[in-house]
Design a protein around this ligand. Structure first.
Ligand code: G3H
Length: 541
């Protein structure tokens, strides 16, 4: 089958969609969650379009999935005030609640969330085009993350339940919440990445305003009631609308204490600047990246190709950790490209629910035009598309384009394509790659593929102060979630992992006293009579 005929049949007619994956009509969502109640929005709605088109007698037609509330800034501020009230300057029921009880609320939420697996997975496929296997993985990984977070907090709390004695000073140190958190996630992991900040923020006792990503919005709807029923009023509030309007108002109010945001560094900077007291604002940011894959002359080429294909093209390259540029030594570049293209041609394009599908349509309007611009720019400056069918477009679908030879004057050398374009740069001396990393605005991760220990060792040292993670003979990735996930320069602020996130969303408070008889008696009496939730030796099993 040649490439063209595969794209001809790409979009299905309605009757070709298996029944369990069909949607029953459009969803008009008007509910949003504020102060423990689902409120009904009577104002304008935003249309939710699917990346999926349907083949009809009139040609391909984009599926409209429904609509979501387009809240105004006054309404968003009402939600923020609910979070401010629930926090109540740290005196609210939630921030003062014993850790074991807060854990219980999160467990309640998790069990309600698990009931919605099928609904959320289906919407992940329809809203962002993620294939069935990866959509299921996103849901399950998020549930696992919540379980791991609960266990990590129990461990943390166990360590904090004991007193320390240093230089005659008796102390107890606990991590306590910081305040009101604004959580915003990305469209490529609208559930997982958002929850990796939302859940730690909540479980540490902060209150939250959560605005879903620009795509992957309807899939939060099946969780609204679980959120409402599992937490005290105002602890979690869900708002919808244009980021520019609603989020700007929230930041400008000065009432946000923690800004958890996954998106572009430009967006993050603009929003942070709106806060009237920036020194008060804590931020956990996951931002742009342009992770390079470096293929050395002495290399297990099959492994490098396997990792580079999945690294650059899983979920069509729409991962912040994707390999976004490949530097391949000139002595192996021809063989690398042959193997890469062979592997790529075996990737199956299709609809997210089809078995074995790897390449799917893209959710962003205008994305295929942008990718075409990158390709045209590279072609005008001497690169070619070297794989069969590369760059072919059908509606929202873009068949991956491998560009070779890419050079430093091309846009794709620096710009984060966040899509299925694979730039390959041939190099002779390692200085080219080292300079690229040193001069890059980004510093998330990179991958080194090679067998020569002297060369790999040299590169590890050259890059150790440049990026957050160096992968050897493996693609870049976030997991396992117990490992630190961070970035330098324009790529991130703060470090997330199951363990680190609990620290990001809290601060240590020390209660200290001189270790003498009367203070010993006072502290013992507080503990014995259970007169404090902070000063306690309770142990969570
Ligand atoms: O989009 C960025 C994600 O954090 C990447 O996670 O490496 O597991 O796909 P992943």
């Amino acid at each position: 089958m040649n490439r063209n005929s595969r794209l001809t049949d790409l979009f299905p007619s309605l009757d070709r969609i298996p029944e369990q994956y069909r949607l029953e009509g459009q969803t008009e969502q008007r509910e949003y969650l504020v102060d423990g109640e689902l409120r009904f929005w009577k104002g304008p709605l935003a249309t939710v379009r699917s990346p999926v088109y349907l083949s009809t007698p009139n040609g391909d037609e984009q599926v409209i999935l429904g609509s979501t509330p387009q809240l105004d800034s006054e309404t968003a501020l009402v939600a923020l005030d609910a979070a401010v009230r629930a926090y109540d300057s740290g005196q609210g029921a939630w921030p003062t609640m014993r850790v074991a009880e807060r854990i219980h609320h999160v467990e309640q939420f998790l069990s309600r969330m698990r009931e919605q697996r099928e609904a959320v997975v289906k919407l992940l496929m329809w809203e962002i085009g993620k294939n069935l296997k990866d959509s299921e993985k996103e849901f399950d990984r998020t549930c696992d993350y919540i379980v791991d977070t609960i266990n990590a907090l129990k461990q943390l709390d166990r360590r904090s339940s004991r007193f320390e004695l240093e230089q005659g000073t008796l102390g107890q140190i606990r991590r306590v919440p910081l305040g009101v958190t604004l959580c915003m996630g990305p469209y490529n992991y609208p559930l997982n990445e958002t929850f990796t900040t939302l859940i730690p923020a909540l479980i540490m006792g902060n209150t939250v305003v959560f605005k879903p990503a620009k795509f992957g919005v309807l899939l939060i709807r099946p969780l609204l009631e679980a959120f409402r029923d599992s937490f005290p009023a105002g602890v979690i509030n869900l708002i919808y609308g244009s980021g520019r309007e609603v989020v700007s108002a929230l930041m400008a109010s000065g009432k946000v204490d923690i800004f958890a945001f996954i998106g572009t560094n430009k967006g993050a900077s603009a929003l942070k600047k709106l806060h009237p007291k920036p020194h008060r604002l804590r931020a956990a940011l996951g931002l742009d990246a342009k992770n390079p894959g470096i293929v050395l002359p002495e290399v297990d080429l099959d492994n490098a190709v396997n990792e580079a294909v999945t690294g650059s093209l899983s979920f069509n390259g729409q991962r912040c950790t994707a390999l976004k540029i490949l530097f391949v030594h000139e002595s192996v570049v021809d063989a690398f490209l042959d193997k890469f293209n062979a592997k790529l041609s075996a990737l199956k394009p299709g609809m997210p629910w089809e078995p074995g599908v790897a390449l799917t349509p893209l959710p962003e309007q205008g994305k295929t035009d942008y990718l075409n611009e990158l390709v045209a720019d590279a072609q005008a400056k001497g690169a070619s598309v070297v794989n069969e069918g590369g760059g072919e477009v059908r509606g929202s679908f873009f068949f991956p384009a491998v560009l070779y030879p890419v050079s430093s004057d091309m846009r794709v050398y620096q710009e984060e394509q966040f899509g299925p374009v694979v730039p390959v740069v041939p190099y002779r001396g390692l200085k080219t790659v080292i300079d690229y990393v040193l001069q890059s605005d980004f510093g998330q991760q990179l991958s080194i593929f090679g067998k020569n220990s002297a060369e790999v060792g040299r590169l590890v040292d050259a890059f150790a102060n440049q990026v957050g993670r160096i992968n050897i003979n493996a693609q870049c990735q976030r997991g396992p979630d117990t490992y630190p996930f961070n970035g330098r320069k324009d790529s991130a602020e703060g470090t997330l992992s199951v363990h680190d996130a609990l620290r990001v969303f809290s601060i240590r408070t020390l209660v200290a006293t001189r270790f003498d008889e009367s203070n010993k008696e006072l502290v013992s009496s507080i503990i014995r009579n259970r007169e404090s939730s902070f000063l306690t030796t309770d142990y969570i099993f």
